[in-house]
Design a binder for this molecule. Sequence first.
Ligand code: SF4
Length: 268
Amino acid sequence: MLQPNDKIVIAVSGGKDSLTLLHILTQIEKSFPKATLSAVTIDEGIKGYRDEALKIATKNCKELEVPHVIASFKEMYGSTLDEIVDAIQKKAEKALTPCSFCGVLRRQVLNTVARETGVNKLATAHTLDDETQTMLLNIVHGDAARIARVKPVLSEVHPKLVQRVKPLCEIPEREVALYAYLKDVDYQGVRCPYAGTALRNDVRAMLNRIEAKHPGTKFAIFRSIEKIRPALEAVTGEAELKECEMCGEPTIRDICKPCQMLQELYTP
Ligand code: SF4
């Protein structure tokens, strides 16, 4: 996943998972003088929530002496997430949720910042829980190609795409929380006000219920998908990346997902 001379940027939201990853990689990086570490936080523009997270992320990076940049949806897309949510409500389309916009836009901003800061790895703090939830969500959405594509080490190659890695993908969220607690990591405990709207919550609750009754279920799902993935890749084929006709960012479509979603949202 990581090489001794990698230039790594960590996506730090201010929550326990990303700050734990920041603390762990900062420790490990000390043994690798040719590697570099920096952090990026995305300000989606969520009033009453993101401001505190930005302060906590900044404080942790300062204490650990990790260079830190903040990038916002407002700068990149001209709208905060709160403004996008207002537009969603006016549109009154049930399929559109704050999280569907947030996830798509954040992925693109992270890649753009990583590329512009000249790193070759973008590390995100997805845990075993996140990964198994995503795997089941892709099944619920009937998106087999995405199950093949979204993996712990991204294999898609494009000059504008920084390789994404997920060092915590086999660590249960409870263990990450335990690490943060034992190491006294200062993190934001408040949930995003839009979190309740996501289908992911139902999948998370279901997985937690099954895991409590049958420990090891999350690992079993993760391992099963890892075994199935090569067969899926053989069927779905390698996704060919090109540049978005509107913004030039890497995408598998003619128009990237952020451009398409925002265009549809703001077209009357
Ligand atoms: Fe974005 Fe949804 Fe996460 Fe809130 S809960 S930060 S809206 S993805």
